[in-house]
Design a protein around this ligand. Structure first.
Ligand SMILES: *Cc1c(COP(=O)(O)O)cnc(C)c1O
Length: 481
């Protein structure tokens, strides 16, 4: 038996140089050609695996070949960073954000707590404060970066529910009368999923109807809470959307905050998509009341143009969060002999133990551009969505289906002579498929007041006015077929 006498998987400086330059070259190539590519490659399931070397290698594959395979899979991808990609909520990463992830992975710090990743922990806590102050929430916000908005919403619900749970029933915190939460029928599906995972049951998510502007109705909210109280149930949380995923509408936050206070409910705002919209001075008024939230979800990997994954949960009351996650301490998480700051641990705030250094890409993105340029990009996205809204409102063969409040526009193609909603639903669904396959532009869909809508979400600093015009043309052309 011979014991290792030198590092085994490290490579020579020459080989390291080769990896660095080839990988960097590939990224450079990608970022400089993204706008000229089809939005979505002609593709079918299984094509990627057919196109690369898909045998598990025993002796290793030469770097050249691996880089070529990476180039192939980039070619076969859908390009969320393309200037005419408007599906879902998918923004491009800035170049600096992509390199930030490389730096984070090279350092490979594990940001479980200060002891484990002192620099990363301090940066993350600073980023949390910055994000809070950027969106007008709380300059001294606490919180953590998460994999995304779904995780942030789930953590918020956990913290909210444990605050209302009977502390004497530790371990059985969910015992007693059912706990109920309230959100509009436009809320993101991650809320029902979290309620399910946390054991409240999807049927204890009270779905509150929206008004004709797709905002949560306050009278229905109040009636629903009062009915549950009469039944002896335990209302614990109301979730408002600051930018719904379907249409980008912001709920009446200040009024919902009042109801939450009146009934002693946790007030959570899901701003995963829309919270950065507050940086546009023209839209600031929509977010009045956000500062009163007990917690806010926001995804830097959406409208702050940071690469996935980077979600964030902000909250004001660190004690409530810590109470929710306080466990019978395992030996490996005890922080003996450290000051409070040095004993700081993200596991007191969330579900994950091992966590990558997500704050680095948020930090570098914000600092490289400065908040003025980031805010300008967001405002431009909003203006482009408004422009699309105008174009489809004015055109005879299009119909706007929802107000354009932030950067989402929902509309449909309405050819002369076709009036039936069912026919229009079917037609627009087919148009969406054709446009997506065509590769010139990409829109997704939403159901708005029961109707099939083409949906364009513009969170894309590459998009210009001419991209909007080209997208309308592509849709019209597909409609003509
Ligand atoms: C995207 C989104 C989510 C989920 O966020 P992920 O980062 O995809 O987990 C939740 N709520 C809203 C409003 C969203 O737009």
């Amino acid at each position: 038996m011979s014991l290792r006498t030198q590092s085994s998987l490290d490579v020579s400086e020459e080989a390291l140089n080769e990896i660095s330059s080839q990988a960097t070259q590939l990224v450079f190539e990608y970022l400089t050609t993204i706008s000229e590519r089809p939005v979505r490659a002609e593709n079918y399931a299984g094509k990627t695996i057919e196109s690369i070397d898909a045998e598990l290698s025993i002796e290793g594959v030469p770097l050249d070949k691996l880089i070529r395979d990476c180039r192939t899979l980039m070619d076969l991808s859908r390009h969320n960073g393309h200037p005419r990609f408007f599906g879902y909520v998918a923004s491009p990463s800035t170049p600096i954000g992509a390199y930030a992830d490389l730096i984070a992975s090279a350092l490979n710090a594990n940001i479980t707590c200060w002891r484990s990743g002192p620099a990363g922990t301090e940066i993350e806590r600073m980023i949390v404060r910055w994000l809070g102050s950027l969106i007008g929430y709380d300059r001294d916000a606490k919180g953590l970066l998460t994999s995304g908005g779904s995780m942030a919403n789930m953590i918020a619900l956990l913290i909210a529910s444990r605050r209302k749970a009977d502390a004497s029933r530790r371990g059985l915190w969910n015992a007693g009368p059912p706990m109920t939460l309230y959100a509009s029928d436009e809320v993101h599906m991650s809320v029902a999923k979290a309620a399910d995972i946390l054991g409240f049951g999807r049927d204890h998510v009270r779905v509150i109807a929206c008004d004709n502007r797709l905002r949560m109705r306050l009278d229905s909210l109040r009636e629903s809470i009062e009915a549950d109280l009469r039944e002896g149930l335990r209302p614990f949380c109301v979730i408002a959307s600051a930018g719904t995923v379907n249409t980008g509408i912001v709920d009446p936050l200040a009024e919902i905050a009042n109801v939450a206070r009146e009934f002693d409910l946790w007030f959570h705002v899901d701003g995963a998509y829309g919270a950065p919209g507050v940086l546009d001075q023209r839209k600031k008024h929509l977010f009045a009341g956000l500062e009163r939230a007990d917690s806010v979800s926001l995804d830097p990997h959406k409208w702050l143009y940071v690469p996935v994954d980077a979600g964030c949960l902000l909250f004001r009351d660190a004690a409530a969060a810590m109470a929710a996650f306080n466990t019978e301490d395992a030996d490996y998480i005890k922080t003996h002999g450290y000051s409070d700051e040095e004993a700081f641990a993200f596991w007191d705030y969330g579900l994950e133990l091992s966590r990558r250094f997500r704050a680095l890409k948020v930090w570098l993105t914000l600092q490289y551009y400065g908040t003025r340029r980031i805010a300008e990009a967001i405002s431009e996205d909003i203006s482009l969505a408004a422009y699309l809204g105008e174009v489809v409102s004015k055109a005879d063969d299009f119909e706007l289906l929802a107000p354009v409040e932030l950067s989402i526009c929902c509309f449909r193609y309405v050819p002369a002579g076709m009036k039936s909603d069912t026919e229009l639903d079917r037609l627009n669904e087919r148009i969406m498929g054709l446009v997506q396959k065509g590769g010139r532009a990409y829109v997704s869909n939403a159901t708005v007041n029961g109707r099939f809508a083409l949906r364009a979400c513009i969170t894309n600093f590459r998009t210009t006015k001419s991209d909007i015009d080209k997208t309308v043309a592509a849709i019209r052309e597909a409609g003509g077929k």
